[in-house]
Design a protein around this ligand. Structure first.
Ligand code: SF4
Length: 327
């Protein structure tokens, strides 16, 4: 984040680009709405039309598994065509940056962030998801990247096969130990069951139970709260909504306001931790976390406090103050 706030992002989706296997939950065509990998020439032609610098993002696959020449072509397309000052962000699979030649290549470009798809540090969870199941590789990759001062962010998931809230919270703590005082970008994706994935078969055969909405909110709220207190910078909670996604979700906590409800839950948990019965004073910018979605946050605050929404509303104040009662 620069002095003028975050630069506008321009994402390019490279569905399954560089992926060696298929993680059980993954359907890039549905998540990204893109069927084909755009060529570096196509990326260049889009970038030439821009009116100002962007954070050019390559998502939807494992960027560093493309092979050095393809990586170089995409990175060159940015520096040669995007307006000056543009930077680059990409997501990649842990382990790929253990290759020094890849790191040496990447370092030459204006990298804003390397987002590592973790999505869990529990070997049993990773293996059920059909991912490389050695969390040691993930942590080693993180260390290598940090030792070389490349900017990192992390993507985690909740509700994966075999995963528990405790294992997610432990992941966050381990990642926090790795990052030290840095503020890493963090994305939290509650696992959805998308049509045609192996996870869908697992669900149909009774080998996987997706999270219900309220479970995802509690789990996500606990993880987000912990992440905030440990100095992460959450930049996204939940997949980008689209009609395609809506039409293909077969299970799991799919709700257009999931991210906002998780953010409310995290705030409410923090207030309750500070004082179980109130009064509570919060910055005005958080007002909608209590009033949004049928006063979801206020109702959760009442539940945690063992009280009613009306009573907790009286004990809740904002600075600067709001003139009317919020319910
Ligand atoms: S989660 Fe990432 S590595 Fe796994 S199949 Fe999807 S894009 Fe590829």
């Amino acid at each position: 984040m620069g002095m003028n706030g975050p630069m506008k992002k321009l994402p390019f989706f490279l569905p399954f680009g560089g992926c060696r296997g298929r993680c059980v939950y993954c359907s890039q065509a549905v998540i990204t709405g893109v069927d084909e990998i755009p060529s570096p020439e196509h990326v260049s032609s889009v970038l030439r039309e821009l009116d100002g610098p962007r954070e050019v993002c390559f998502f939807g696959g494992s960027f560093c598994r493309f092979g050095r020449s393809a990586i170089k072509e995409y990175l060159d397309s940015v520096v040669n065509n995007a307006p000056e000052g543009s930077r680059i962000r990409f997501s990649t699979y842990p382990g790929d940056l253990s290759d020094r030649s890849v790191r040496d290549l990447i370092r030459k470009y204006p990298i804003a962030c390397i987002e590592l798809g973790i999505p869990s540090l529990d070997p049993a969870v990773l293996s059920l998801c059909k991912r490389d199941a050695d969390p040691g590789i993930i942590l080693a990759d993180i260390k290598t990247i940090m030792d070389e001062s490349l900017p990192l962010g992390v993507q985690i998931m909740i509700g994966l096969p075999g995963q528990t809230m405790e294992s997610s919270l432990s992941d966050i703590r381990k990642l926090a130990e790795s990052k030290g005082p840095l503020s890493w970008d963090l994305r939290i994706y509650p696992c959805l069951v998308i049509e045609g994935t192996e996870l869908e078969s697992m669900m149909r055969e009774g080998r996987y139970s997706p999270l219900k909405l309220d479970q995802a909110i509690e789990w996500g709220g606990a993880v987000l709260g912990s992440a905030l207190s440990l100095g992460f910078n959450p930049i996204r909670i939940g997949l980008q909504e689209s009609e395609l996604l809506t039409s293909k979700v077969r299970g799991g906590p799919h709700h257009p306001a999931l991210g906002e409800m998780i953010a409310s839950e995290a705030l409410v948990r923090k207030l309750i931790k500070n004082s179980r019965t109130g009064p509570w004073v919060v910055p005005y910018e958080h007002l909608s976390k209590f009033t949004g979605h049928g006063c979801f946050g206020l109702r959760r605050l009442a539940e945690f406090a063992g009280s009613t929404a009306d009573i907790v509303s009286d004990k809740l104040s904002f600075f600067p103050p709001v003139s009317t009662k919020i319910i």
